[in-house]
Design a protein around this ligand. Structure first.
Ligand SMILES: Nc1nc2c(ncn2[C@@H]2O[C@H](COP(=O)(O)OP(=O)(O)OP(=O)(O)O)[C@@H](O)[C@H]2O)c(=O)[nH]1
Ligand SMILES: [Mg+2]
Length: 441
C-alpha cells in the first residue's frame, strides 16, 4: 500500500485527452519529475504545465491536478495528468512516471485502495463497476443509486436492526427458565425485517435485470417467420430469411432496448423432427434456449391453420411467460383464433412491420413484472446471493420457536449482510472482485 501506482485511466485509442492517474504517498514527488511545474498550491485545481522527458525536453502541454489525501478517489494523494489524446503520448507519460518510481497499477487497484482506505464500501465498489458497464439509462441510474450508497445505507440499517434484536435475544437467554424480558415480542420485529429485506431484494433483482437484460427466445415451427421477426424488431437484416423451412440452424442472439430495459432476443431453429443432423442439433439448442429464457415469444403463421403439433406444444408452455405472436397478418387469416387460449396474443406482420410496438409493449410488461425498475439497485451475483441467504435465515427465524435457534439464525443473517458490505472481506474475494475492473479504475 505504500507504493505509488500509476495508470492510464482513459480508454485506449485516439481521443481529445488522455488522463494518467498517479496515486500514493509519492504521487506529487514523482509527478514533479515529469512536469515543469513544481508546486500545486491549491488542491483540486487544474494547472497548465508541460510534460518533460529525462533530458528536460518538452513532450506535450498538459493539465495537472493534485487531490490531497484523504479527499481523493483513493483516499491517498493523487495527481492526474491530462495529456492530449492519443495512446502514444499517454504511454510515454506513463513510462516516464514508472521510470521515476511509480508502479503500474493492477486492474481496479485505484478502486481497491478507495475501499481499503474506507472511502467506499464493497457495495459501492460494485456500483462503480456497474456504472462503467451500463448500457442503458435505466441501468446507469440503478448503478448510480448503488454507487452513491443507497444499497449500503439500506443494508446497514437492516444490519443494525438485526443486531439490536440479536442483543435482546442474548439477554433473554440469560434469564432463568420461564422468565422473560418485559414486553419482548420478537416476532413482529422479525416480520418487519423480513418485509424490508424482501423490498430490498426486489430492488436488487430489478437492478440485475437492468444490467444483464431479460432473455427472450423466439420459438415456433419452421417457416412461420421467426427470423423475419428478429430482423423486424432489430430493424436490420441480421438473420437469414428464406421461404425454405429449416433455414435457421444456430441460435442468433441480439439485443434491443425497450423503455430502457435490455431485451436479449434469441432466434432459433424451427421446431420439427428434423432428419438433417445439423438441423436436429439446432432444434435441441432451441429447446435449451427456451428453458433458460425469461420470456418466450411463440410464433405462429396466421395465414395457415394451426397444426396439432403446435397445439400440443403450446399446451405445454408455461403460460406466465409466453406471448403468442401471430405473424403474417398481412395475408388472409386462416388461424383459428378461438383455439388459442393463451394470452397475450399479438398479430404482427414482420414483412410490413405492423404490430411491433404492441409486441414490444407486451415484452416490456412481462419483463417488468414484479420488478421495481425505477428504484432498481445494481448488484453483483455475489451480493444478491448474500441478500438471499440473509432473507432465508430471517424467514427461518420467523418460524422458529426456540430462542437459541432464533439467536443463531439472526447471527447468520447479520453475517450475510456484513459479507455484502465487504466487512472483513478476505483477499480472495477482493481479488475476484477488482480483477473485473479495467486498468486505471
Ligand atoms: N407475407 C408475409 N411473409 C412473411 C412474413 N414474415 C416472414 N415471411 C416469409 O416467411 C418465410 C419464412 O421466413 P423466416 O423468417 O425465414 O421464417 P423462420 O421461422 O425463421 O424459418 P426457419 O428458420 O426455417 O425456422 C419467408 O419467405 C419470409 O419472407 C410476414 O409477416 N408476412
Ligand atoms: Mg429462421
Amino acid at each position: 500500500m505504500n507504493e505509488t501506482i500509476a495508470a492510464i485511466s482513459t480508454a485506449s485509442g485516439e481521443g481529445g485527452i488522455a488522463v494518467i492517474r498517479v496515486s500514493g504517498p509519492d504521487a506529487v514527488n514523482i509527478s514533479r519529475k515529469v512536469l515543469t511545474r513544481q508546486s500545486f498550491d491549491e488542491p483540486a485545481k487544474m494547472y497548465l504545465t508541460s510534460l518533460i522527458d529525462d533530458e528536460g525536453r518538452i513532450i506535450d502541454r498538459v493539465l495537472a491536478v493534485n487531490f490531497v489525501k484523504p479527499k481523493s478517489y483513493t483516499g491517498e494523494d493523487i495527481v492526474e495528468i491530462h495529456t492530449h489524446g492519443g495512446s502514444f503520448i499517454a504511454r510515454i507519460c506513463l513510462e516516464l512516471l514508472i521510470k521515476n518510481g511509480a508502479r503500474i497499477a493492477e486492474p481496479g487497484e485505484f478502486t481497491r485502495r478507495a475501499f481499503i482506505n474506507g472511502r467506499i464500501d464493497l457495495a459501492q465498489a460494485e456500483g462503480v463497476l456497474s456504472v462503467i458497464k451500463s448500457r442503458s439509462m435505466e441501468a446507469l441510474h440503478a448503478a448510480a443509486r448503488t454507487l452513491t450508497g443507497e444499497l449500503s445505507r439500506e443494508t446497514r440499517k437492516i444490519h443494525d436492526e438485526i443486531l439490536a434484536l440479536q442483543a435482546n435475544f442474548e439477554i433473554q437467554l440469560d434469564f432463568p427458565e420461564g422468565e422473560t424480558l418485559n414486553n419482548f415480542d420478537a416476532h413482529d420485529d422479525i416480520k418487519k425485517i423480513v418485509n424490508e429485506l424482501e423490498g430490498l431484494y426486489s430492488q436488487c433483482s430489478a437492478g440485475m435485470i437492468l444490467r444483464d437484460g431479460v432473455r427472450a427466445v423466439i420459438i415456433g415451427s419452421p417457416n412461420v417467420g421467426k427470423s423475419s421477426l428478429l430482423n423486424a424488431l432489430l430493424r436490420r437484416n441480421r438473420a437469414i430469411v428464406t421461404e425454405i423451412p429449416g433455414t435457421t440452424r444456430d441460435i442468433i442472439e441480439e439485443s434491443i432496448i425497450i423503455n430502457g430495459v435490455t431485451i436479449r432476443l434469441a432466434d432459433t431453429a424451427g421446431l420439427r423432427d428434423a432428419d438433417d443432423k445439423i438441423e436436429a442439433e439446432g432444434v435441441k439448442l432451441a429447446l435449451e434456449a427456451m428453458n433458460e429464457s425469461d420470456i418466450c415469444l411463440y410464433v405462429l403463421d396466421s395465414s395457415r391453420e394451426i397444426t396439432q403439433e403446435e397445439l400440443n406444444f403450446i399446451g405445454e408452455l408455461d403460460d406466465k411467460n409466453v406471448i403468442l405472436v401471430l405473424n403474417k397478418s398481412d395475408l388472409p387469416r386462416k388461424v383459428d383464433d378461438e383455439a388459442l387460449t393463451i394470452s397475450p396474443k399479438i398479430y404482427v406482420s414482420a414483412k410490413n412491420l405492423t404490430g411491433l410496438d404492441e409486441l414490444k409493449g407486451e415484452i416490456y410488461k412481462l419483463a417488468a413484472k414484479n420488478s421495481a425498475f425505477n428504484s432498481g439497485l445494481n448488484v453483483s451475483e455475489r451480493q444478491l446471493e448474500d441478500l438471499r441467504e440473509c432473507l432465508n435465515s430471517m424467514r427461518e427465524a420467523e418460524l422458529s420457536i426456540d430462542d437459541d435457534v432464533t439467536a443463531g439464525l439472526l447471527n447468520s443473517a447479520r453475517l450475510s449482510l456484513m459479507r455484502l458490505l465487504g466487512v472483513d472481506a478476505g483477499d480472495e474475494l477482493l481479488d475476484e472482485m477488482f480483477n473485473r475492473f479495467c486498468v486505471g479504475k
